[in-house]
Design a protein around this ligand. Structure first.
Ligand code: GCV
Length: 657
């Protein structure tokens, strides 16, 4: 029985279509498509094609309709949960097949990405499948507006997409549009609330689970499973128990019953995300239990429902004294978790930040990731630009993430899952800075294929977001985005030292902002030199947490890569880098260069006026003004600080205040 041609719910007014403008669907919408097979996501695929056809004059048919067809999307017998699809073009027809609902939808978006080429270029059958099973976004969204952090912790794109006026949004059209964008870059899971779980948000687990169900019901239409951040203390704060000891039977029963109720409300619920014994959040240490005990208790509650617990490894001492040179925050995750390797339940995933500190512009890859060979791992990236310009600055993170994912060996990191902290809010451009959308898209595509060339993904994003753009626009967009991470690195903290930011909000320079704080974030600059000695021979021993050859490479200033030198070593300002420059001259040069690169990008952007839709152009131009101001401030503060400390003048005699 053919379905009536449905029309997608009206898109939310005034919202940027990001990488799915109507125009991206023209090649499909102006042709004849056949969809074979039934199911919820086949229906979603049908809706998308039908909407495009209504706009561009093509037709979409179901099942047994007579041909000919330009495009056939077909569900084949087999594994229903498959995300893989085949693609081929021959005899005047493009065919996508999958045995899975998600696979079919991903196949459709593959055709959208190819555009006209999907109907012109002959292609033998090829199979596409994601390298990583879980590709998840964590939203640090609060339901209630937090007095210090606002609604979205470290959010730079307005309020929450999910929560409004203290509850789940009544109108979830925007969430549906979000689900569509995410599916189009391959993301299949979303955690809908902050890992710092406050009082109101704790209740999403129990008496407010229906609100989570509302959101899940919408995301499900695009193959996205919903996860929830929960507080380890939930049995006390919600269940009235005296404690939350993970080995106490009453506590375990409470979690088992509560979890069963969650699945009543959300049958395809993905599982829990937990930040425990970290930055003041409750955890198993209170009861003398280990992180494995804590994670396994939740894993046991989730196992009957095939759910997963994501247990975060971001555990460190945040009450340190800067005089204490033996405690090193960079060591903490490895020291805490390596002894537990092999102790985690099969449905417990350890979620590890990509670097050992906290999403700085440059960090080495966390040694824990390669070390936990008997534990399921997810690597956590940060799309929200907490330390990389807060979506005021253009900082496309594709190259950084790609370096992380390719670290160590030909195959890259041993991973099953990739997570990023979302950079999206209720801003009309989704990410505040319209060009920050490229980070979200790149994350999804890298999670699908971690070995992909990030510059190719960037071009894909440009092609989708600006279909039929003239070459000048394509080149301009590519040039302002492609090198922007390195530009940002140049004008901010040098050579792998981090945290030279304003305390609290983390925007803008403050060289000593975190230098005497309890957070374990020091650069130890004095009149003679700068950097943290993390060698085994004379420092904290962190370099020894790596396997060979990295332990040796990082151990000595002679072999340590320049860009991480100050992360691993304390050296004099006159130390000569592999580049041939001294550390102090490198600091001056990169800071002048970084600002010059921003000035150039500002000009490129100005030259694109008229080629970009005016609202979007104006938003980016306004952000560039702030980026330039801020980059100059960074340059001057960093240069003056180190000129004063070292007493060494700039070899080129440029203006240093
Ligand atoms: C959600 C950093 C951020 C915090 C964040 C924390 C984490 O410390 O500044 O806002 O809390 O990381 O990842 O848990």
């Amino acid at each position: 029985m053919p379905l009536p041609v449905p029309v997608l719910p009206e898109g939310p007014e005034g919202v940027d279509p990001a990488w799915l403008p109507d125009e991206a669907f023209r090649p499909i919408g102006s042709r004849r498509t056949l969809i074979r097979g039934w199911g919820p996501l086949a229906r979603t695929a049908h809706q998308n094609v039908a909407e495009a056809c209504a706009r561009f004059g093509g037709r979409v048919e179901r099942d047994a309709s007579p041909g000919p067809f330009d495009l056939v999307l077909e569900l084949t017998p087999g594994e229903d949960s498959s995300e893989a699809f085949t693609y081929e073009r021959g005899h005047g027809r493009t065919t996508v097949t999958s045995s899975g609902q998600r696979g079919l939808l991903y196949g459709l978006f593959h055709v959208v990405r190819l555009g006209e080429a999907a109907f012109r270029e002959e292609r033998p059958r090829e199979t596409h499948r994601p390298a990583l099973a879980l590709r998840m976004l964590d939203h640090w969204d609060n339901v209630a507006v937090h007095p210090v952090m606002g609604q979205v912790e470290r959010g730079y794109a307005g309020g929450s997409l999910f929560w409004e006026e203290g509850r789940a949004r009544w109108d979830l059209d925007r969430v549906l549009a979000y689900g569509r964008l995410l599916a189009a870059c391959g993301i299949n899971a979303v955690a809908v609330n902050n890992v710092n779980v406050h009082e109101t948000e704790a209740r999403l687990l129990t008496d407010r689970i229906d609100e989570v169900a509302d959101v899940a019901q919408v995301l499900r239409q695009y193959g996205i499973r919903t996860h929830l951040s929960v507080t380890f203390a939930a049995p006390m704060v919600l269940g009235g128990l005296a404690g939350a000891d993970p080995l106490d039977d009453r506590v375990r029963e409470w979690w088992a019953e509560t979890t069963a109720q969650v699945y009543q409300a959300v049958p395809d619920f993905g599982g829990y995300v937990v930040k425990a014994d970290s930055e003041g959040q409750p955890g198993p240490f209170t009861y003398g239990r280990s992180h494995a005990d804590g994670a396994n208790m939740l894993a046991a509650a989730l196992a009957p429902h095939v759910g997963t617990v994501h247990w975060r490894a971001f555990v460190y001492d945040h009450r340190q004294d800067w005089r204490d040179r033996t405690t090193d925050r960079a060591r903490a995750a490895y020291d805490h978790f390596l002894p537990l390797d092999g102790e985690f339940a099969p449905n417990a995933v350890l979620q590890v930040k990509h670097g050992p500190m906290d999403f700085q512009v440059r960090e080495p890859v966390s040694p824990l990731i390669s070390a936990m060979s008997h534990t399921r791992l997810a690597v956590e990236l940060q799309a929200t630009q907490e330390y990389t310009g807060q979506q005021q600055h253009v900082c496309w993170l594709g190259p950084m993430w790609s370096e992380v994912l390719r670290f160590g060996s030909e195959e890259g990191l041993p991973l099953e899952e990739l997570v990023a902290v979302s950079n999206v809010g209720d801003d009309p451009f989704w990410t505040g800075h319209p060009l920050a959308q490229a980070n979200l898209y790149t994350f999804g595509r890298l999670a699908w294929q971690p070995q992909a060339d990030p510059a190719g993904i960037l071009d894909e994003w440009i092609g989708l977001t600006f279909p039929s753009a003239p070459q000048r626009l394509i080149d301009g967009l590519h040039s302002v985005l492609d090198g922007s991470w390195r530009t940002y690195e140049k004008y901010t903290a040098p050579l792998g030292v981090g945290f030279m930011v304003q305390p609290g909000h983390h925007y803008g320079p403050s060289v000593d902002g975190y230098e005497y704080s309890p957070w374990g974030t020091y650069h130890f600059a004095d009149r003679d030199g700068i950097g943290v000695d993390r060698s085994v021979a004379s420092g904290t021993g962190y370099a020894g947490q790596y396997a060979k050859p990295w332990a040796e490479v990082y151990e000595s200033p002679e072999t340590c890569p320049d860009e991480l030198l100050l992360f691993f070593h304390h050296v004099p300002y006159g130390h000569v880098l592999k580049s041939g420059k001294t550390v102090i001259q490198h600091i001056y040069d990169t800071h002048f260069e970084g600002v010059a690169e921003v000035e150039e990008a500002v000009e490129v952007w100005a030259s694109l006026a008229g080629l970009v839709e005016p609202g979007r152009h104006a938003r980016v131009a306004e952000r560039y003004e702030e980026q330039l101001r801020s980059a100059r401030e960074w340059r001057d503060q960093i240069n003056s600080y180190f000129f004063r400390k070292s007493g060494v003048p700039d070899a080129q005699g440029r203006l240093i205040y």
